[in-house]
Design a protein around this ligand. Structure first.
Ligand code: ZN
Length: 515
């Protein structure tokens, strides 16, 4: 029985052309090799798992190949084979994290002085080189200041900003970028095909998304999922291993937010917590979905790292909302991300962040109304569910004016002229939730009684005016204090204020004038 070799190892590229997603790096190095420009020190920087050490070994091969230095190492000579097997006497791989002291570098300096055993160069690959101590950096600098002709250093690091400027200035700096998700996904599909196991497209995309541009991490994850799944590796197996919410949940959450349904959105968050998964992971998935929607809104053919079956649903939302709104929504979602990351209890922070997002369709409606668009054609997200009215009631009168005036107008339209007159004499008509409150303090007892007796008719008028379902006659409610009256009237007559009240419900509680 042969030992299982992990995929990341077995699929480590042995030629420059097999590298995934590092075209700029490869072109830079190949051009340098073709023109014989060989630096004595290179600094490879970039995220983990994007190919730094792999390229360092390829560069070592290119330098030491019997047919080299060449951009196309043969892969067959002794030098190429020893380097691939990790047994070359002239290529030294050193983990700087565990050999970070001055003595380690002094020892290295001694070795560097000695000519190569067989090959053209002595190549030192220092992994995680930013971990060297200050003294070790100083000793390294001495070598780099006057490097022996047969020595090449390749420093690899995830944290370029930790290097002293004196070292940086003596290195040819090569930046490795995160590998785009669709390239990682494509590579995974290729690996699965060659290895002879079934891997769904959705699974490749999910793995690529979860490992954020690190091909090595993606291959390791594929190893784990393959060990877990029986037969075909699909997106559910990946979600299970990674601890991600099923995509259906993410999509349901998105739908709830799009419809401004706060209760449904928070219900999904709670259900996710109850199922033992991390609500922060759900939030992260949501942010990625909004991002994907934005990409799709600007380019319908953009790669969306989501199961293909759901791509159409996301694209449809994206087209409906448009890029401008999605940018704002994404900005809001990213703000929430900071909140979630900093929270001790992510569940609470996720609820707050998602609650905020769920309110955005209403904000959007206010903006549209303030911009003078008619309420019915706000475009974008559907309005929150309208108050349901009994079918017998005629359609509401156009919503304009203060609640009192609208109620009176509806009564006039119903032929209730007397009642309309009485309502007009009420000092304050307020809308509280779905109830219209007539504050009758200060009115003659007979007027108050007439209003009280007509409460059913008034409710019909309130529904007709689109103000609410019920009418309450508050006989003690004091009218607003007289000195408020002028300002209050101005505020209540303000169109912007009226529209805010119209969309959110509520009433003007008090009015204060700032000097
Ligand atoms: Zn060779």
């Amino acid at each position: 029985m042969t030992a299982y070799q992990v995929l990341a190892r077995r699929w480590r590229p042995q030629r420059f052309e097999d590298l995934v997603g590092q075209d700029v790096v490869v072109r830079t190095l190949r051009n340098a090799l073709s023109s014989g420009q060989i630096a004595h020190a290179y600094l490879f920087s970039g995220l983990r798992g994007v190919g730094k050490t792999t390229v360092a070994r390829l560069l070592a091969k290119a330098l030491n190949c019997e047919k080299g230095p060449t951009p196309e190492p043969c892969g067959e000579c002794g030098a190429c084979q020893d380097i691939a097997a990790g047994s070359s006497l002239d290529v030294h791989e050193i983990d700087a994290a565990s050999n970070r002291g001055i003595d380690d570098i002094r020892e290295l300096r001694e070795v560097a002085r000695v000519l190569p055993v067989r090959d053209r160069f002595r190549v030192f690959i220092l992994d995680e080189a930013h971990q060297l101590s200050r003294e070790a950096f100083a000793a390294l600098l001495k070598i780099l200041e006057e490097p022996p002709a047969h020595v090449v250093f390749i420093l690899a690091s995830t944290e370029k900003d930790k290097f002293p400027a004196t070292i940086l200035s003596r290195c040819l700096q090569v930046d490795f970028r995160p590998i785009p998700a669709d390239l990682v996904a494509g590579r995974l599909a290729q690996v699965a095909e060659s290895e002879g196991f079934e891997l769904t497209l959705g699974a490749t995309q999910l793995i690529a998304r979860a490992t954020e541009g690190s091909l090595r991490d993606a291959l390791s994850l594929l190893d784990r999922v393959r060990a877990f799944a029986e037969g075909t590796v699909d997106e559910n197996a990946v979600a299970e291993v990674v601890g991600l919410p099923p995509f259906e949940v993410v999509l349901a959450l998105w739908r709830a937010l799009e419809g401004g349904d706060v209760a449904a959105a928070l219900g999904l968050v709670r259900a996710e917590e109850r199922s033992g998964r991390d609500p922060a992971a759900l939030y992260e998935q949501l942010v990625q979905l909004v991002h994907a929607a934005l990409l799709l809104a600007t380019d319908a053919t953009a790669p969306a790292p989501f199961p293909t079956a759901h791509r159409a649903a996301i694209a449809e939302s994206a087209a409906r909302l448009g890029p401008a709104l999605l940018v704002r929504l994404l900005a809001l979602a990213l703000e929430g991300k900071g909140l979630v990351a900093a929270a001790e209890k992510p569940g609470v922070a996720v609820a707050v962040a998602i609650g905020r997002l769920a309110l955005w369709p209403r904000l959007q409606r206010v903006e549209a109304l303030l911009a003078g668009e008619p309420a019915a054609s706000t475009g974008g997200a559907p309005a929150p569910p309208a108050r349901s009215a009994p079918p017998a009631v005629p359609p509401p009168a156009p919503a304009a004016g203060a609640p009192g005036a609208r109620l009176a107008a509806a009564l006039e339209a119903m032929g209730e002229h007397l009642l309309a007159g009485r309502v007009s004499s009420v000092r304050e008509v307020a809308v509280v939730g779905d109830t219209v409150v007539l504050r009758c303090g200060g009115l003659p007892a007979s007027t108050r009684k007439s209003l009280r007796d007509a409460v059913e008719t008034l409710a019909g008028a309130a529904r007709r005016a689109g103000l609410g379902e019920r009418v309450e006659v508050d006989e003690d409610g004091a009218p607003a204090r007289p000195r408020d009256q002028g300002v209050r009237a101005r505020v209540e007559a303000d169109e912007g204020v009226q529209r805010v009240l119209e969309v959110f419900g509520g009433r003007v509680e008090s009015v204060e004038e700032k000097p």
